[in-house]
Design a protein. Structure first.
Length: 191
């Protein structure tokens, strides 16, 4: 048999078999290891798809979309036709970036750029955005939006009816089908 371990307690002596005592500790260590592994998997499961740990607590698996304009710069001077570019994150298949333009500091209509922006990875470019149309001077708000198929159809229908230069009456609000709207950039145009 195995060696016996004698333990002195305040109430007398107890004998333990050495093997039984060691086997008990191995069981405890195994249970702690399993619990630690499960806790590690649970923690790893709350990191969002984009790797952004700040959204981890309430992550539902939904994409964390983002879109913003990087050029032209806010408060910059622009000409009537400009290239507008920026970045995006977590666009889903079938979604595209469009630019909506309107006079700044007014509740005027939105005018869509003449088509969707060209996307490559996390960057996009709209090569020929008309800013201001017939208005030769003033401040204009450029707003990037991510559209699904329904939103794209709405803007294509608008442009078809208004003409490619967005000379129609404008849109009172962004179209149905906007899945994300980025921050606006205000620019100035002087002749």
């Amino acid at each position: 048999m195995g060696a016996e371990l004698v333990e002195e307690t305040g109430m007398g002596r107890r004998k333990h078999r050495g093997k039984a005592l060691v086997a008990g500790w191995w069981r405890v260590a195994a249970v702690v290891g399993v619990l630690a592994a499960v806790a590690g998997w649970a923690t790893a499961g709350v990191v969002s798809r984009s790797g952004d740990k700040s959204a981890a607590a309430g992550d539902t698996g939904a994409p964390v979309r983002a879109v913003q304009i990087t050029a032209p710069r806010a408060d910059g001077q622009v000409s009537q036709v400009e290239q507008v570019s920026g970045t995006s994150r977590d666009l889903q298949p079938g979604e595209v970036v469009w630019i909506l333009i309107r006079r700044a500091a007014r509740t005027e209509a939105y005018y869509p750029a003449s088509g969707p922006c060209l996307s490559t990875g996390d960057t996009w470019t709209c090569p020929d955005v008309r800013i201001g149309g017939a208005a030769p001077v003033g401040q204009f708000e450029l707003t990037p939006v991510v559209l699904d198929g329904r939103g794209q159809r709405a803007l294509v229908d608008y442009l078809t009816n208004a003409g490619q230069n967005s000379s129609g009456p404008g849109l009172a609000q962004p179209p149905q089908g906007v899945v994300h709207q980025g921050p606006s950039v205000v620019v100035s145009r002087e002749r």
